[in-house]
Design a protein around this ligand. Structure first.
Ligand code: NAD
Length: 511
């Protein structure tokens, strides 16, 4: 029955008590309720995981606080060396971890492996970064004074992650936080708890081998722990990835206690197809963007804004591409579209289609739930396309499923206005061969998103750039560029090496 090698993968990852007892791996903070992890691929109960109680949470926080005291004193390049070893360990486990991601979350095996590759890439990035945590030096206005700034670790970083990138999001945060000298406490999604355990198991061996205290990386499970984190003053930074609804609550709660957040929330991403677009490129970008990960990426393409002269042709090629999509087990590389995460998600998808129709949308490619052999989990749906208006209420919302809304435009300014006219601001793209259109789209009068691409779809960012979005996407930035600064506190230092004490701004104070 183990056609896709899942049992073997689980055992390689140290997740042993499959299907019977609980599996906690090397995580010691797990004495609470049972979370059952079902695969959306075939509906199987993969394993049971024990959540963390309040006491577990407290124990983890104590371990983390203690570990921070020593970890912050380890020179940053030495911390980088630990992260380098973690990258090597992830290379060893790329295959089974990619399989688990695919089986527990439902994305294709290729995308599961791609997610682990992102983890490896961010490790490499962080290693280099560990020698580049630069501050500036400034010229003081006072004689014989030196002024500079330096970056110090913030302390314990809370990481709360979404189900759809069950391993990569943690690593984007944790690897940077670690080279910055912080320690981490991670609460993964209850929809993919085994991925968290597998990651903890993989890095645990590196920590043990190097005599690094366990508290540098703490794993806790269970949704209630999210609220403990929001309210915990010992967490100066909470990095939250998830829906705008929950993110709003996290943001308010953490701000109330003057903590910082990195918020990576929902998107509503559009591709503009210009009259100067190369349609064969649009096809790959739009179809992968809309149906890849069954539309469950924060950067999934939700809207296509098509020039009127290209509309009929684009619809025609989309229809024929959608007709060829194979829906089924994501571990089978012949399939293009895997399942949604659970039945709630299937209901959201069905409701969105009904709402779009009720608002006047015209179905171009019919949706529906797949039934029969291979679809027993009840989570497989048909990617659909609906002709809609940008101001439909349902179009203004993110539906985390493969529903693509298409609409027409006649001039680029209007198309950019439509693309921007949603509450979210994560990813955006323009397909064009016109330099003028491209520059307008990327200008200050162009896309208002955190990510703006030309001749590339909305999904599939590289780790080297800062990742995140504006407006209801939350404004956070993670991963590359100078995103590391969010994990550190800046200190300005002025040193007087003279024998007088002149005051700034020429103020005299004689005593
Ligand atoms: P979700 O908001 O339901 O859950 C996200 C996490 O929040 C989970 O770990 C959950 O347990 C936790 N949580 C729930 N209640 C909480 C509370 N009161 N306090 C603290 N934590 C709490 O999201 P989801 O369904 O897992 O993920 C899908 C959403 O995530 C989509 O909206 C998607 O766009 C977004 N997402 C955004 C990015 C990004 O980088 N912008 C990346 C991935 C996913």
């Amino acid at each position: 029955t183990d056609q896709f090698g899942i049992q073997e993968a689980l055992s390689k990852l140290g997740i042993q008590e499959v299907n019977k007892g609980t599996s906690t791996g090397s995580n010691s903070f797990a004495n609470g309720e049972i979370i059952e992890s079902y695969s959306p691929v075939d509906g199987t109960l993969i394993a049971k995981v024990q959540a963390s109680t309040k006491e577990d949470y407290e124990a983890a926080m104590e371990k983390a606080s203690e570990a921070f005291k020593s970890w912050r004193l380890v020179p940053a390049p030495k911390r980088g060396e630990i992260v380098r070893q973690m990258g090597d360990e992830l290379r060893k486990y790329k295959e089974p971890l990619g399989q688990l991601v695919s089986y527990e979350m439902g994305k294709s095996l290729q995308e599961g492996l791609g997610e682990v590759q992102e983890m490896i890439d961010i490790c490499d990035f962080a290693v280099g970064l560990s020698r580049q945590l630069y501050g500036l030096t400034m010229h003081s206005e006072r004689p014989m004074h030196r002024m500079y700034e330096q970056y110090h670790p913030v302390g314990i970083v809370g990481i709360i992650s979404a189900f759809n990138f069950p391993v990569a999001v943690w690593s984007w945060n944790a690897m940077l936080a670690w080279v910055c000298g912080d320690v981490c406490i991670w609460k993964p999604s209850e929809k993919a708890p085994l991925c968290g355990i597998a990651c903890q198991n993989i890095i645990q061996s590196v920590l043990e081998r190097n005599d690094i205290p366990e508290g540098v990386s703490c794993l806790i499970n269970g949704r209630e722990n999210g609220d403990l984190m929001n309210n915990d003053k010992r967490l100066p930074l909470v990095s939250f990835t998830g829906s705008t609804r929950v993110g709003r609550h996290v943001s308010k709660t953490v701000a109330e206690r003057f903590g910082n957040t990195i918020l990576e929330l929902g998107g509503n991403n559009a591709i503009i197809v210009s009259e100067h677009a190369d349609l064969s490129m649009v096809l790959v970008g739009a179809v992968f963007g809309a149906v890849g990960t069954a539309g469950q990426r924060c950067t999934s393409t939700r809207r296509l804004i098509i020039h009127e002269s290209m509309y009929d042709k684009t619809v025609e090629v989309l229809k024929s591409a959608y007709a060829q999509l194979k829906i089924g087990n994501p571990l089978d590389s012949n399939n293009h579209v895997g399942p949604l995460i659970d039945k709630d998600s299937v209901n959201n998808y069905l409701n969105a289609i009904e709402k779009a129709k009720a608002e006047g949308g015209k179905v171009i490619v019919e949706g529906g739930v797949m039934e029969g052999e291979g679809y027993e989990s009840g989570c497989y749906v048909k990617p659909c396309i609906i002709e809609a208006k940008n101001n439909f209420e349902i179009v203004q919302h993110e539906t985390f499923a493969p529903v693509l809304y298409i609409m027409k435009y006649s001039n680029l300014e209007d198309a950019i206005a439509m693309q921007n006219d949603v509450p979210q601001g994560l990813s955006s793209a323009l397909f064009t061969n016109s330099m003028r259109e491209m520059e307008l789209f990327l200008s200050q009068a162009g896309s208002d998103c955190g990510i703006a691409n030309v001749n590339i779809g909305t999904s599939g960012a590289e780790i080297g750039g800062a990742f995140g979005g504006e407006k209801e996407t939350g404004g956070g930035r993670e991963s590359g560029s100078d995103a590391w600064k969010a994990y550190m506190r800046r200190q300005t230092n002025t040193i007087n090496y003279g024998t007088e004490l002149p005051l700034a701004q020429g103020i005299s104070f004689d005593i």
